[in-house]
Write a new protein. Structure first.
Lengths: 443, 482
């Protein structure tokens, strides 16, 4: 039997030893509650299951050249990442409740927290949350706890996928969630300032935003702080290789999707929600946190700390219900950042920006293709207006082997002809040239 | 051991990307750039590999040795699932592809797996529909509570209370509270299962529902489970099944048949996906017929022509709880496991998990104080004996002494209703030889508790660190090297 070691003889010996039958071990379940039978298939051998799954994998189109991003990116992943995270001492361990047997996981999480702080210029980080969207929701509840206010303002240049998620999560809470409509590709200062009042818990913005535009939120941080509100910034971590940090802008909570730090796209997960904040708010922060201490012989040691915030201690008064998080994904991000290092991350970010800039020039040279936003700085995504419906153009480009971008009409009214194009460091000059030719040919 | 940052050598490079094929242009205004590069470590690839190899040697996983951590179901994680999850056809699949026009046709393999998994989990649990979105068990609980709230809103019910037993996992009350409910704890009776009189008293019109594991955290199957569900239904409440302990009954009995309305599964427990040192997991949620309209969007449906599609237009849905389809890579591993086990294999999983727990319980009952009499399900709970207590020996000391004997300790001090609790869950993947060796170690420790308690107090002596100072960690907070 798969993965069960007892022989029939051993099974009998054990039953005899405890004076039971297998039936007897389940006699506590009332007979009337048992199903007559299960309509489940017979088990497959490893070879059969590998063949079947290889067949299913073959029905997914992974040979398209990707210019599709939208918050989820096709970055280069060094081989050593997979090699390291495949060490089963890491991936077959549980949450590090026994520090003596978990110094590997614990030190790695401490180093991850440090790397996230250094990347974002913040002071504290937790051990991970599920993804960028749930991290944003956790940031909202954290801001509600800190400020005691109940209004949250989010600009619609924040990833629409996160916005629909926070709408789901806040439905049962007594909060006033207001959206502002971005102004020419950037967070709408006027609308945000109009709505910002002394009942506001947080203002949420994103950098680079969903359209790829780069902003500096220093002014919004100051305005929010004047009203006793917090600034929450969602941030694409790769961009922090070169971009001004949310810490330098005065953000109070920084969250984001960590998938770009060494995780494959894997059809939507597992990913990594990261969260960083200021030291003064650390006791209001959700999720696991690892701290450095010493053991009884004075040796450096790492432990889960500030557990009094957590569900297994505080139960219904906890800062969050999170238990399992995304520890292996946090390890992945740490390994990725260590392999790239200080210069490598800068270089990757710069190359994303360079290639996007090159693609922008090539694509906007096509007659009828125009930039949607005027004179805005962008990182590695930008919005183009086409002379016809974007969803249709994208569908035609799939036939030519490109996932050329994302049709913005799916989430934004009045943007039927607009498409969001993403260029990572993996795309070559040649691929960009071929996309330009293909786009011109279908218009 | 040194930190990564302490090993950094200025100017050293790991991965090198070679020259760029496009010109480097200053295309971003200076005031939007960071002043200095992030202070990440500067190391060679080998430096990094050695650092993490050393860290991995300071870690303990199921592959290292026996890991009887109660309530966590630390069973073997089949290697084939890891291999399949790394197939490029899954790992390189962009989640936004199905949102492109006709894009569903680009991901038929992945959608087929999500659909098929839905069907399999329905049959395993006796529910009418599933979402694969929740990314962990507690996330499943929150999703379930959001579904509960949406149901009551839809019915015009005014409910504010969720019940949970005093033996519940901490996530239960935390999840209910986050969904906006007040949590009322229901006492256990002298046998360790929910006290029916206490429950009858607690069930009022205010009650939105109840959250239960079954078997419970003492490893006991509550014979009144149907009655409990009926009682909750009598006030139009909903019964929530926390699947943390499903390994005890998988393939044998189904929460849907007990009367539960909402179920979550911890696939990183019952369905053998790795725990990852604390995630990623997955917590698919199943619901009964009347709750199907409230499931999160999107849902995978099978069309008349045999192709699969995502359905978004579900007006009563609670919305999105994940950006896409949940932790697909984890659901995929669980799918592989279910296919390999088949229906009969799953029943055998439960049988052997229960057999192993009862075997350990039987072997230890003369040496430790058992928290409950009779047959247990997937786990058993012990306390220290009176003489151990007199010698000042705590569950923690026993746990640390096990480390020196090569075993991961059981869960200690949970459930909180048991004094000095030690919660042992062997799982079905452990051999008789392993169980015998563990039992021998536990008996040796019990004897030491009488003869030489100081030796237990000194444990562990073989681990890289020994009893780190947790109070100091919280007081002199150092959670990042900056």
């Amino acid at each position: 039997m798969p993965f069960i070691p007892h022989t029939a003889q051993q099974q009998q010996e054990m039953l005899d030893e405890i004076g039971q039958t297998m039936q007897g071990l389940f006699a506590d379940i009332p007979a009337e509650l048992l199903p007559e039978s299960f309509n489940l298939p017979d088990g497959l051998s490893e070879q059969e299951v590998r063949d079947r799954l290889a067949d299913l994998a073959g029905k997914n189109s992974v040979d398209l050249t990707l210019f599709l991003g939208g918050g989820f990116y096709d970055h280069f992943i060094p081989s050593a990442v997979y090699s390291i995270i495949s060490r089963s001492e890491f991936y077959t361990a549980y949450t590090p409740y026994q520090p003596e047997l978990s110094q590997g996981t614990l030190q790695a999480i401490y180093e991850y927290q440090s790397a996230i702080c250094r990347l974002t210029d913040m002071e504290v980080s937790n051990a991970s949350l599920y993804d960028g969207g749930t991290a944003m929701y956790e940031a909202i509840t954290m801001a509600l706890r800190i400020t005691g206010h109940n209004k949250v303002i989010v600009d619609d240049s924040v990833n629409p996928i996160y916005r629909v998620m926070i709408h789901s999560y806040t439905k049962n809470l007594q909060i006033d969630l207001e959206e502002t409509r971005c102004a020419d590709g950037l967070a709408n200062r006027k609308e945000i300032l109009d709505r910002l009042d002394n009942q506001t818990a947080a203002v949420i913005v994103q950098n680079p935003n969903f359209f790829g535009c780069i902003d500096d939120f220093t002014d919004l941080a100051e305005a929010a702080h004047e009203k006793g509100a917090l600034l929450i910034v969602s941030c694409y971590p790769t961009s922090l290789g070169i971009l001004k940090t949310p810490g330098a802008m005065g953000a109070d909570i920084v969250t984001g999707e960590g998938q770009s730090l060494g995780m494959p796209m894997s059809f939507g997960g597992p990913y990594l929600g990261y969260m960083a904040s200021r030291k003064k708010y650390v006791r209001k922060m959700p999720g696991r946190v690892v701290g450095e201490t010493t053991d009884r012989e004075g040796r450096r040691a790492f432990v889960l700390t500030l557990q009094a915030r957590e569900q297994h201690i505080r139960r219904d008064k906890a800062t969050s219900n999170i238990c399992s998080n995304e520890a292996l994904c946090a390890l992945t991000a740490l390994v990725y950042l260590s392999l790239l290092g200080k210069e490598g991350l800068r270089e990757t970010a710069q190359r994303c920006a360079d290639k996007a800039s090159y693609a922008y020039q090539r694509l906007t040279a096509i007659p009828g293709v125009e930039p949607h936003f005027k004179a805005k700085w962008f990182f590695n995504e930008f919005v183009l207006d086409l002379p016809c419906e974007a969803a249709d153009v994208i569908a035609r480009l799939i036939e030519k082997g490109f996932a050329a971008g994302f049709p913005l009409s799916r989430y934004y009214e009045g943007m039927e002809n607009s498409m969001l194009i993403c260029v990572t460091e993996k795309r070559t000059k040649q691929q960009i040239g071929m996309l330009a030719e293909a786009l011109e040919s279908v218009l | 051991m040194k930190l990564l940052f302490e090993k950094s050598v200025p100017g050293r490079r790991g991965v090198c990307s070679g020259p760029s094929d496009v010109p480097t242009t200053i295309n971003i205004s200076d005031d939007l750039l960071r002043d200095e590069s992030a202070a990440l470590p500067e190391l060679s690839e080998l430096d990094v590999v050695r650092h993490f190899t050393e860290l991995s040697r300071r870690n303990f996983g199921v592959d290292t040795n026996f890991y009887p951590l109660g309530s966590c179901t630390m069973k073997y994680n089949p290697k084939v699932a890891e291999r399949i999850a790394s197939y490029p056809g899954f790992a390189h699949l962009h989640p936004l592809l199905p949102q492109l026009r006709m894009g569903g046709m680009l991901t038929q393999g992945a959608l087929a797996i999500l659909y098929d998994m839905d069907m399999l989990l329905r049959e395993i649990t006796g529910m009418a529909g599933f979402t694969m979105q929740p990314m962990a068990g507690a996330h499943g609980e929150l999703t379930g509570m959001m579904i509960m709230a949406a149901y009551h809103r839809d019915r015009g019910n005014n409910k504010s209370i969720v019940l949970a037993p005093d033996s519940a996992h901490g996530t239960n009350p935390a999840s209910a509270a986050i969904a906006g409910y007040r949590v009322v704890s229901v006492a256990s009776d002298e046998h360790g299962v929910m006290d029916m009189d206490a429950l009858r008293e607690a069930v009022t019109d205010e009650v939105a529902g109840i959250m239960l594991t079954c078997p419970n955290t003492l490893g006991l199957f509550n014979p009144h489970i149907r009655e409990i569900c009926d009682l909750i239904h009598s006030v139009d409440g909903l019964a929530y099944y926390d699947g943390a302990n499903l390994n005890a009954i998988v393939g044998k009995a189904r929460p849907g048949d007990f009367g539960f309305d909402i179920v979550h599964l911890n696939v990183h427990k019952t369905l053998a996906t790795p725990h990852g040192g604390g995630g990623p997991g997955a917590g698919p949620v199943g619901v009964g017929e009347k709750l199907v309209p409230f499931l999160p969007v999107s849902i995978v449906v099978k069309r008349g022509d045999g192709t699969y599609a995502l359905e978004y237009d579900r007006p009563k849905s609670i919305g999105y709880v994940a950006p896409f389809y949940g932790n697909f890579g984890i659901i995929l591993r669980a799918y592989v496991y279910v296919l390999m086990q088949g229906g009969k294999g799953l029943a055998r999983v439960a049988e052997h998990a229960v057999l192993n727990a009862n075997y350990v319980k039987h072997k230890l009952q003369d040496h430790y104080a058992s928290a409950a009499d009779g047959v247990c399900k997937h786990e058993c709970v012990f306390s220290t004996t009176e003489s151990m207590a007199e010698n000042g020996v705590h569950a923690l000391d026993i746990a640390k002494a096990l480390i020196d004997r090569g075993f991961h300790p059981p869960t200690v001090y949970f459930p909180t209703i048991v004094r000095e609790a030690m919660m042992i869950e062997p799982t079905e993947t452990e051999s008789k030889e392993t169980l015998d060796a563990f039992v021998a170690a536990m008996i040796e420790i019990a004897e030491l508790a009488d003869k030489d308690p100081d030796q237990l107090k000194a444990a562990p002596v073989t681990a890289p660190v020994s009893r780190p100072n947790e109070t100091a960690a919280a007081k002199n907070l150092n959670i990042a090297s900056l």
